[in-house]
Write a protein that binds this ligand. Structure first.
Ligand SMILES: Nc1ncnc2c1ncn2[C@@H]1O[C@H](COP(=O)(O)OP(=O)(O)OP(=O)(O)O)[C@@H](O)[C@H]1O
Ligand SMILES: [Mg+2]
Length: 268
């Protein structure tokens, strides 16, 4: 049943509204405070922007944060996966807005966490989001081409915020790293990124793992797959680094997981 929100989010269901109440019952009051805007961006396609945004949105919602996500990419991957999550009835539900929802106004008025998934296919929206962001999180696959495009992205960020007194933090991390320690690209990419001026390279490395594709197709975060998996461990490390003030993720009981239609996980 669709619940029409006055500011027209594409995905906002009665379930989502009810879930907000459930979250406040189980986790206490949902924390509200001035918007903290994190843009997840980079110029190159396929670096993991939507995957990271989706997982972070669920992690934040699970931590009791009042989180909204924006999918400003015409491909609408984030909206699609949020829709799958909604259809599967997985909790907590997440709220994803599309570009036609008046993102600037919603971001300005939102109290809590804001995540923005945006790529080069919508440069105008990318600049708008960067102009408002407190920080830019940049997933970088391990390759020379990605180092070059990340440097260009940093330049675009700097041009966009040239008149701001407090520019956003630019946080880079390796995504889709090879799991084999003998392969040098991740280390080489990290040292190239570390030499870029005006950015912070996070130590958290996310490897290329099948759990991301598997969980995504089910509308779940990697850490919601049953059992332990390395993808979850790495992702939770990244989330804790980004939001050190929030409590660590606690997995639901086995019973709650069974109720959530579980399926097996694996790592690759
Ligand atoms: N760490 C990872 N391990 C395995 N697969 C990953 C990982 N991160 C992303 N992927 C996969 O890579 C593909 C691209 O990821 P995603 O759609 O998140 O990238 P994107 O940067 O949003 O791409 P686009 O620029 O096209 O919007 C997807 O199939 C996703 O499942
Ligand atoms: Mg995407």
């Amino acid at each position: 049943m669709v619940f029409k929100h006055p500011v027209n989010p594409v995905i906002y269901t009665l379930e989502a509204a009810v879930n907000r109440q459930c979250v406040s019952v189980t986790l206490g009051t949902i924390r509200k405070r001035p918007a903290m805007i994190t843009v997840i961006g980079n110029l190159k396609g396929g670096c993991g922007k939507s995957t990271i945004t989706f997982n972070l949105a669920i992690w934040l919602a699970g931590a009791g944060e009042n989180v909204v996500a924006f999918d400003l990419d015409p491909q609408a991957t984030l909206s699609d996966v949020a829709e799958v999550r909604q259809e599967e009835g997985v909790q907590p539900a997440i709220t994803v807005y599309r570009p036609e929802s008046n993102p600037t106004k919603i971001m300005r008025e939102h109290q809590g966490e804001v995540l923005v998934d945006v790529g080069a296919s919508n440069l105008w929206a990318m600049r708008q989001a960067i102009a408002m962001a407190q920080r830019i999180l940049v997933p970088v696959p391990p390759s020379q081409a990605d180092v070059w495009s990340t440097a260009r992205f940093r330049d675009i960020i700097n041009e966009t915020v040239i008149n701001r007194k407090e520019p956003p933090e630019i946080l880079l991390f390796i995504n889709r790293a090879d799991t084999h320690p003998g392969i040098r690209e991740s280390r080489e990419t990290e040292s190239a990124l570390a030499s870029l001026a005006g950015v912070t390279l996070l130590e958290n490395r996310i490897c290329q793992r099948t759990a991301y594709r598997r969980s995504f197709s089910e509308g779940r975060a990697v850490f919601e797959l049953p059992g332990g998996n390395k993808a979850a461990e790495e992702f939770l490390g990244l989330a804790a680094r980004l939001y050190p003030e929030l409590p660590p993720f606690r997995k639901k009981s086995n019973k709650a997981q069974r109720l959530n239609k579980e399926s097996p996980s694996d790592d690759g």
